[in-house]
Design a protein around this ligand. Structure first.
Ligand code: SAM
Length: 291
């Protein structure tokens, strides 16, 4: 095959990552965002970063590490690191059983309590919201449950993520078929309109949701968020080590109002992390009560 100088430059790969380089890059990533990469997954770092290293015109991971640590533009590289290291898998109405349990056993009682107090306010934090499917799903559930009463309520669903490209997609509100793989067709028809490139979320839903760039490793930034009645953090702490999980869960505890709930992904647990919450077992889901 004949390749032009430009093509061969693009095809060039960085040399394989050494054990020492892997440890340095892994520790750098952990210090920045709390994501922990086990030694068994060294190949993942190699696969995900080799293209980036080559694109920057560097031949080795050592050059890249020096750039990350000492270059005047090092902070501008961080979003690329986060993009390469995060897993952004999500979809609307992900884990329907858990969402049903949340709706019946948490949301409806909370709405009733708020009505009884004549306080038509609800605040939910979706921590690690990826491209927005989770917070928009919660907004659709609220639209379904409140119906015309929605007008009376001040609903704030705050979606936060470390990934700028995911947040940009969330803000655009336009989704392709993939995002609907776990979505009842009736919901897609009711809350989305076909547009070029996919389906756009309706303003009635998107007006309940706002997005913010936030690193769950940044305790001070988390303190500044408004207090919530419910925190969703699903399929996020699975990427953290125990120390980071403890730090993040403690921030959720502080953020929650008394009687508020933390909801994790179905494969995640607070076991070995904290005893501050009371686990509540519902059919199809566990939720953690700030008692
Ligand atoms: C697998 S997605 C989960 C999305 C959604 N919660 C769900 O369950 O469908 C994990 C998300 O956590 C985000 N994330 C990972 N580490 C983070 C950190 N330190 N701060 C904020 N977000 C983070 C990733 O960018 C990614 O979008």
């Amino acid at each position: 095959m004949n390749t032009s100088p430009v093509t061969s430059f693009l095809l060039r790969k960085a040399s394989a990552i050494s054990d020492e380089e892997f440890i340095q890059l892994r520790d750098f990533i952990y210090a920045k965002c709390g994501i922990w990469i086990d030694e068994k997954r060294k190949y993942l770092i190699q696969n995900r970063f080799e293209g980036r290293v080559a694109k920057l015109g560097m031949k080795t991971f050592t050059e890249y590490l020096k750039f990350l640590q000492y270059d005047a533009n090092r902070d501008k590289e961080l979003p690329f690191v986060f993009e390469l290291i995060t897993t952004n898998e999500t979809s609307f109405f992900r884990d329907q059983k858990q969402l049903d349990a949340f709706t019946d056993h948490i949301l409806m009682p909370v709405l009733a309590q708020q009505r009884a107090k004549n306080r038509f306010e609800l605040s939910i934090w979706s921590a690690g919201c990826s491209s927005g499917e989770e917070p928009y799903t919660l907004a659709m559930i609220l639209a379904e449950k409140l119906g015309p009463e929605l007008r009376k309520w001040r609903i704030s669903i705050q979606g936060c993520d470390i990934s700028l490209p995911m947040l940009a997609k969330a803000k655009s509100g336009v989704y392709s078929d993939y995002a609907f793989k776990t979505t009842p067709e009736a919901m897609r028809r009711k809350y989305f309109t076909p547009v070029e490139g996919g389906f756009k979320i309706s303003p009635a839903v998107s007006s309940m949701v706002s997005f913010q760039h936030l690193n769950l490793n940044d305790a001070a930034a988390m303190k500044r968020l408004p207090k919530s009645q419910v925190v969703f953090c699903r399929n996020v702490i699975i990427y953290f080590d125990t120390a980071m999980r403890k730090k993040v869960v403690s921030a959720f505890y502080d953020n929650l109002q008394p009687g508020g709930y933390l909801i994790l992904g179905h494969s995640e647990t607070l076991h070995g992390i904290t005893m501050a919450f009371a686990p509540k077992f519902f059919p199809g889901a566990v939720a953690y009560l700030k008692s």
